[in-house]
Design a protein around this ligand. Structure first.
Ligand code: SF4
Length: 473
């Protein structure tokens, strides 16, 4: 009898940082069992597609991708194919029916069960592992983190907000906070491992509460203070913040800890109170403006980014104009705007009054056209300055590297005779040119004195994606 146990794997990741980290958890579990990551999906015995269902388009792409993977299986029938992530949770059994060669479906809250699921498949079963069982805290030591420059730490899973357009509460389940002592232990572990930037993750990251302590226990402001105080944390970021949950004590943390990056992603979604109400967001645009003002007062150099949805059901010209005015007035450092996409199981499609696609398209283009000169101008203000850049990897052009400023702006710079900096190195770059979405500059240190401040094995492979892990969006 032939041994069908997979010896190699490939994980393709779509969507947000939560999925990126889940993929690293999957890879870590598989590597502990001796499976090796491959660079190409066609070479792997086990292929995992870690999917995103936040928009309809992303979900459609998942199924066309699975269609491609089926072809590998037709050539090598022993290949196992698994659908993971939010589409897996949402579709469950339906995905197995729709894709005949799919071996298993694994929801985001079941990532830790990957080895059991693979074993069941080898025993001849097709498996659906979805839902939200009582979870034990994950083993952070077994996450495969190599090849990355930032250490991601989940602090809150799931969401209870039920915004009327959003599928996340259905795919990621109810909100669950992790214990502070486990979070701090994971941060210290990452610092020991060599990371300098820590990114705290949660769908509503600033709604973190010490589990079991109700409204009186430590909240996100307390957690930020503790994490910022861990020796070796040079940059601390967190995504995604919910405007209504951002308290004055959290704003104070920005003022009090220089290692909290002056960057905040604060999704507003619309500039119109009536649209915000239909979205069920629970705040007004006036309170959002007040929050932005207090953040800018606490940390004048802060760069804000946001998410916007245009063409939400019933969005009138006037409501849209308010969003456009807000974009111009608040001057975000960057923004992510999308056309509304109806998702199954959410309340918004029942509101009726769908906006014509062509109108939504036009509105989206007007948002981008308004934002572009703002970003270019904000970036232009940095030309001529020397900025600390965290190296993230090789640039797209040969002989260049890229990194991020503490405000999360992308910086490209040529090698210019330098030895390549390692992923995670902090270097200084003189900014020479501003584009709308990035900055161009040159290193200020001399080529004969490369930065050797970081010396761990994993850092010897600057900015290459880990084999077996492919992040798409
Ligand atoms: S806060 Fe709203 S938009 Fe964000 S994940 Fe929860 S339901 Fe979705």
């Amino acid at each position: 009898m032939t041994d069908r146990r997979p010896r190699s794997f490939f994980v393709e990741t779509w969507g947000c940082q939560m999925n990126e980290l889940d993929s690293q958890r999957l890879a870590g579990k598989l590597m502990e069992q001796g499976l090796l990551p491959t660079r190409e999906s066609s070479e792997a015995d086990l292929i995992l597609l870690n999917s995103c269902s936040v928009r309809e388009k992303a979900e459609q792409k998942v199924y066309s991708r699975l269609g491609m993977y089926r072809q590998f299986k037709q050539k090598r029938p022993e290949v196992l194919i698994g659908l993971c992530g939010c589409v897996a949770q949402e579709a469950g059994e339906r995905a197995l029916k729709r894709v005949p060669d799919l071996d298993f479906v694994l929801g985001p809250a079941r990532v830790g069960e990957i080895l059991d699921v693979v074993a069941d498949c080898l025993a001849g079963k097709r498996v659906v592992a979805t839902g939200f069982p009582e979870e034990r805290d994950h083993d952070f030591d077994s996450i495969s983190r190599d090849g990355t420059y930032k250490g991601m730490v989940t602090i809150v899973e799931g969401c209870n907000k039920n915004c009327t357009f959003c599928i996340v509460p259905l795919t990621r389940g109810p909100e669950r906070s992790r214990r502070m002592d486990r979070i701090l232990a994971e941060v210290e572990h990452l610092i020991d491992y060599g990371f300098r930037e820590i990114e705290l993750l949660g769908q509503t990251v600033n709604h973190w509460r010490e589990p079991g302590t109700g409204d009186r226990g430590p909240d996100f402001a307390d957690l930020l203070e503790r994490v910022a105080g861990v020796p070796g944390v040079e940059r601390l970021r967190f995504v995604t913040s919910y405007p209504r949950d951002f308290t004055p004590r959290m704003v104070e943390q920005f003022a009090g800890h220089p290692n909290i990056s002056p960057y905040l992603h604060l999704p507003v979604q619309s500039g119109s109170n009536s649209v915000l109400q239909r979205m069920g967001r629970g705040y007004t645009i006036e309170s959002y403006y007040a929050l932005v003002a207090s953040l800018r007062e606490a940390r004048p150099e802060i760069s804000l980014s946001t998410d916007l949805i245009v063409g939400f059901p019933g969005e009138t010209d006037d409501e849209f104009e308010r969003t456009l005015d807000m974009v111009i007035e608040l001057e975000f450092g960057s923004l992510f705007a999308f056309k509304y996409s109806p998702r199954p199981g959410t309340a918004a499609p029942r509101l009726g009054n769908a906006v014509d696609m062509a109108v939504a398209d036009q509105r989206l283009q007007r948002i981008f056209a308004a934002q572009e000169p703002i970003q270019r101008r904000l970036n232009q203000q940095l030309v001529g300055s020397r900025i600390e850049v965290l190296v993230t990897g090789w640039g797209k052009r040969p002989g260049t590297q890229s990194g991020r400023t503490s405000c999360h702006r992308v910086v490209h710079f040529p090698l210019d005779g330098h030895e390549a900096a390692k992923s995670g190195d902090l270097i200084e770059v003189h900014i020479e040119k501003a584009l709308a979405h990035s900055l161009l500059g040159r290193r200020t240190d001399r080529p004969d004195r490369p930065d050797r401040s970081r010396d761990s094995d994993q850092a010897n492979h600057p900015r290459q994606a880990s084999p077996g892990l492919s992040v798409v969006a």
